[in-house]
Design a protein around this ligand. Structure first.
Ligand SMILES: [Zn+2]
Ligand SMILES: [Zn+2]
Length: 418
């Protein structure tokens, strides 16, 4: 695949951004491109476990995106199975010699944010701005998917040792996709795991072979159920869900800091009640915990839940807490970081290679990394600079497409160097 083709795939994906678990046209494009390559492909229940995914998009929402894929001429049977059984694609490409099993993660999802319609924004100026209102590839995952496909075609000569497993992942944003793929066994047997992310405010040509500062996180929703009553005539008959949620909000933000790791908590939304003269019978919070340390994040998550339950008990209301996503922290293995640095030098990008880049956000690639490391394997998270002028998750976010071949070249050398 030449550079023009790589750019064209990225632009096509950019123009058709699909959010978490709706990556139907994207996954169909992946399957189309893998056809004819010497890969063993797994989809559906073999690639991800749908039951148990919190807030999984409804049939109607997924059908809407399936319609787009059909309109663009994708095979109806493929589209139907992606819509019904999940959008993850796992493809194993076996080299001609024995060696390690590589796991390379390429996330495919877009964000629910509208894209700038301004000639100063290159996708608008060059005709590949999002054609789906309210959705946008504002994190570079269009580029990640294109990189994975270009690498698969490049490695199709099988002139390397071991096996490369391409993990085309849905729903990175919000932290639900990796977990669903790991549950289906996608990380089983992986010896060396590498995730690549474009952008992160680094100039094009720069590669960070590892990261630090990635935050473990837990996303939660809490549903409070009380009892409605007349606010003046019989307030004592009510059980106030709004007060319970408000008490919980203050309590969560009042939790102590940790001396051993950085932590964050945030209650982002509070919706409650029906009217000014009714004791609120329902309330809902959306909140998150984060930490630089995975164990601390778990402990903090436990305390957050305790505060919510305590606030509910205080006001005599019921509460149900749902974990809607999450990921852990990640420590990159020095040995694999060194291999990525060496691969960058071999690919001609050595002068702009950094060992470590600060991340400061979250990515559920950390769950793949943890699964691989717990089985004795190695993991890293490489940052490929894209000279993004606007920040990630912004309507003006864009990647310098010169970053795409940098990532493909680097990964190609990494695999072939063993
Ligand atoms: Zn993102
Ligand atoms: Zn991202």
């Amino acid at each position: 695949m030449n550079r023009d083709e790589l750019t064209a795939i990225r632009r096509d994906l950019h123009a058709h951004p699909e959010p978490a678990f709706c990556e139907i046209r994207t996954a169909a494009t992946v399957l189309d491109r893998l056809r004819g390559l010497p890969v063993r492909v797994r989809t559906g229940a073999e690639a991800m476990t749908v039951p148990g995914i919190p807030a999984y998009p409804s049939d109607a929402v997924r059908s809407g995106f399936a319609e787009h894929a059909l309109r663009d001429g994708h095979d109806p049977a493929t589209v139907a199975s992606l819509a019904a059984d999940g959008t993850a694609v796992v493809a194993d490409l076996e080299g001609s010699r024995p060696g390690p099993v590589w796991g390379l993660r390429f996330d495919m999802d877009a964000l629910p944010i509208g894209e700038a319609d301004d000639p100063a924004h290159p996708p608008a100026a060059h005709g590949f701005r999002s054609s789906y209102d309210g959705f946008m590839h504002a994190c570079g995952h269009d580029g990640h998917t294109a990189i994975g496909l270009a690498l698969a075609s490049r490695l199709a000569d099988r002139d390397f040792a071991g096996t490369v497993r391409f993990l085309f992942q849905p729903a990175e944003e919000g932290g639900r996709g990796a977990r669903a793929m790991i549950a289906a066994g996608a990380a089983d047997g992986v010896d060396k795991f590498v995730a690549v992310h474009l952008g992160l405010d680094q100039p094009v040509g720069t590669v960070g072979a590892g990261i630090e500062g990635i935050l473990a996180t837990t996303k939660m929703r809490a549903y409070f159920t009380g009892r409605a009553a007349h606010a003046a005539a019989a307030p004592q008959e009510g059980r106030n869900a709004l007060l319970a949620a408000a008490t919980a909000t203050l309590g969560v933000h009042a939790l102590p800091r940790y001396s051993t790791a950085d932590t964050r908590v945030n209650v982002g939304t509070l919706h409650a009640g029906d009217n000014f003269n009714i004791i609120a019978a329902h309330a809902e919070l959306a909140l998150e915990a984060r930490s630089t340390d995975g164990a601390v994040n778990e402990d903090l998550t436990g305390r957050v839940k305790q505060v919510i339950k305590g606030a509910a008990a205080m006001h005599g209301v019921e509460v149900r807490i749902e974990e809607t996503g999450g990921s852990t922290s990640m420590v990159c293995d020095a040995e694999l970081v060194r291999d990525v640095v060496a691969a960058c030098h071999a690919a001609g990008y050595g002068s702009q290679t950094l060992e470590t880049v600060h991340m400061g956000g979250s990515d559920d690639a950390s769950l793949f990394a943890a699964a691989v490391q717990q089985s004795g394997g190695l993991a890293t998270y490489a940052v490929v600079g894209g000279s993004n002028a606007a920040p990630h998750h912004n309507p003006y976010f864009d990647i310098d497409e010169g970053a795409l071949p940098v990532a493909v070249d680097m990964l190609d050398k990494l695999i072939r160097n063993g």
